[in-house]
Design a protein around this ligand. Structure first.
Ligand SMILES: [Zn+2]
Length: 321
């Protein structure tokens, strides 16, 4: 319900450094999350320290250039930043509206394969409210996409709800379902720790193609040919697989450019389906509208049209958080 609507935009209180390796390149990466101005959103600043060059890439679905193994944003002629989804999930899932992500390699550091390290980095510096109302993208009518047996739907909803089902032909995973209101608290506790996963049988194929060179039991849940979990410590959640797919969906849909007011349903989805969902949503202006949270002044949420912008103003009460 409306209690999900924060009234003000946020950024980080200070800059914070996250260092690690790229899961596909296996190479070291230094990433610095910087505070950013209101209405600037999430922007990547790709720097090349040897060449002394830098350029910006908007953290938006219009910047996406690949979704096969991970979500990649970039310019065809300048360069890219790959594997952005777990970072995007942490930022938007945890309520950070504006941040500049400085990065000195082609890939976000994979850390432990979940969003935990990015959440820890945000917690280290804390959030600051900015003097601008938070903007949301409200879905106005059902939008559906289908790729083979993958199906995604965005439905009108007064909140942000992720409803994800996976169905793997593998007894260790099988059918799993996760359905929650995606508040910052639920994202942190129930989703952010879920790691990416893969099968031993796929790893050699990926290595031969030059991918997953930084992949290890330190940053993936690995399922062996005998269907057993290879990681000695097992799983973090009994249904860690569907929670990771939910994490990916939160990160991919963050590329909308603002938090969604919608119920997202995904069946057998992945990065491509999530991306196609945003393409379908924004292909028709009648599918969505901007919503602004107004300055807190009332005890309960109230929705009224704004004649100036055509957007809907959502008035928030102080105790509705
Ligand atoms: Zn992932």
């Amino acid at each position: 319900m409306a209690k999900l609507l924060n009234s003000k935009q946020t950024t980080l209180r200070d800059r914070v450094v996250v260092s690690g390796v790229g899961v596909h390149s296996g190479k070291p990466v230094e990433m610095i999350l910087h505070p950013a101005d209101r209405n600037s959103g999430i922007t990547f600043l790709r720097v090349d320290r040897e060449k002394g060059t830098e350029f910006e890439i908007k953290g938006s679905f219009s910047s996406v250039i690949d979704t096969r193994l991970c979500t990649v944003v970039g310019h065809p002629d300048k360069g890219m930043v790959a594997t952005i989804e777990h970072l995007m999930a942490a930022l938007v899932g945890y309520g950070v509206d504006n941040v500049l992500v400085e990065i000195d390699a082609d890939e976000v550091p994979v850390m432990d394969g979940s969003s935990r390290a990015y959440i820890d980095a945000i917690d280290q510096v804390g959030l600051k409210e900015l003097s601008a109302p938070r903007r949301y993208i409200r879905v106005l009518k059902p939008v559906r996409v289908q790729n083979g047996d993958s199906v995604g739907e965005l439905l009108p909803y007064n909140g942000t709800r992720f409803d994800v089902t996976i169905d793997f032909d593998c007894e260790t995973i099988g059918v799993q379902h996760f359905d929650e209101e995606m508040t910052p608290d639920i994202f942190k506790k129930e989703v952010s720790l879920a790691r990416t996963f893969g099968f031993v049988s796929d790893v050699e194929r990926l290595w031969a193609a030059g991918y997953a060179l930084g992949s290890s039991l330190e940053n993936s849940v690995v399922i062996g040919d005998d269907q057993k979990i290879v990681n000695p410590d097992g799983l973090r959640y009994e249904d860690e697989f569907v929670r990771h797919k939910t994490l990916d969906a939160v990160g991919d849909l963050a590329l909308a450019g603002a938090p969604l007011l919608a119920h997202y349903r995904s069946y057998k989805g992945g990065h491509k389906l999530n991306f196609n969902m945003l393409e379908a949503l924004f292909s028709d202006d009648s599918n969505w509208e901007w919503v602004e949270a107004s300055v807190p002044s009332r005890n309960s949420a109230r929705v009224a049209p704004s004649h100036e912008t055509g957007a809907i103003q959502v008035a928030m009460g102080p105790e509705t958080n």
